[in-house]
Design a protein. Structure first.
Length: 265
């Protein structure tokens, strides 16, 4: 008796072109991450009603990324990686546009909304490493993941330079140009995805209820628990060190007022 389940569409064969496209897209798109580390604190200091709330935008950004990882994973499992990356890019463009408007309108709440969208976008970009592993042979998967992670070093150098070049683009409104630059970077970074074909992996687990006992059993395993704790602690330390640094670099900045706009040096 034949199986009545629907036939999956043909999966394209993995190719080096697919991997190069994913690597290029990841390198360009993640250049926004170091920019946001700088922008979050400075824009927060400019717009926050109190200096104690200056680092709230990067905090909201991190929390939004945490919340978005699950839905984004389910989205990619159903519609494919490329659709998920386009959604992430759309969120980045929306966040960059909203951030520029927040500075133009001196609206702190709008700035928080911008960084929430940008945090979700950055969470989406974390899946590039898995997409890269899916378009190469099994023996090359560790190398593919390592190269995708290493490409972040390029973004770490490019992002701050783009910030320096664009922060006063819309002077006398400071920093708005950097948020606009994130939109431009995202548009450029999405272009390589037009030539990428990532195999669509059907996830059957999503059709049934999650077995919480099995999940807890996995989390109790020593190596898994160690990796989770190490990742959480390292991420927390990174945010603790990077988010307040730009604020400390410009200690004389006062809350944003249209009557006192001056480009940042």
């Amino acid at each position: 008796m034949s199986d009545s389940s629907p036939i999956d569409p043909p999966v394209p064969a993995p190719s080096n072109a697919n991997f190069v496209g994913l690597l290029a897209a990841n390198t360009i798109l993640t250049a926004a991450m170091p920019m946001l580390i700088i922008l979050g604190g400075l824009a927060g200091l400019l717009l926050a009603p109190s200096p104690t709330l200056a680092t709230l935008p990067p905090s909201v950004q991190t929390f939004a990324g945490l919340v978005a990882t699950g839905p984004l994973s389910l989205l990619m499992g159903r519609y494919g990686r490329r659709v998920g990356f386009v959604v992430g890019g759309t969120l980045a463009i929306a966040g960059g546009t909203t951030g520029a408007l927040a500075l133009a309108w001196s609206n702190f709440a709008l700035l928080l909304a911008a960084h929430a969208a940008l945090g979700a976008a950055l969470a989406c970009y974390l899946y590039f490493r898995f997409a890269a592993a899916e378009v190469v042979s099994e023996s090359w998967q560790p190398v593919a993941i390592s190269l995708v992670l290493t490409s972040g070093l390029i973004a770490a150098f490019v992002g701050p330079q783009v910030f320096i070049w664009t922060k006063d683009l819309f002077a006398p409104i400071p920093l708005a140009g950097a948020y606009a630059a994130i939109c431009a970077i995202t548009l450029v970074g999405l272009l390589p995805l037009a030539f990428v074909r990532v195999p669509c992996v059907t996830v059957q687990v999503s059709r049934s209820r999650l077995d919480r006992a099995a999940l807890l059993a996995i989390l109790r395993r020593g190596p898994v628990l160690t990796a989770v704790i190490a990742g959480a602690v390292s991420q927390g330390i990174m945010v603790l060190l990077m988010a307040p640094t730009p604020v400390n670099r410009h200690p004389k900045l006062t809350p944003y007022r249209h009557s006192k706009l001056t480009p940042l040096s």
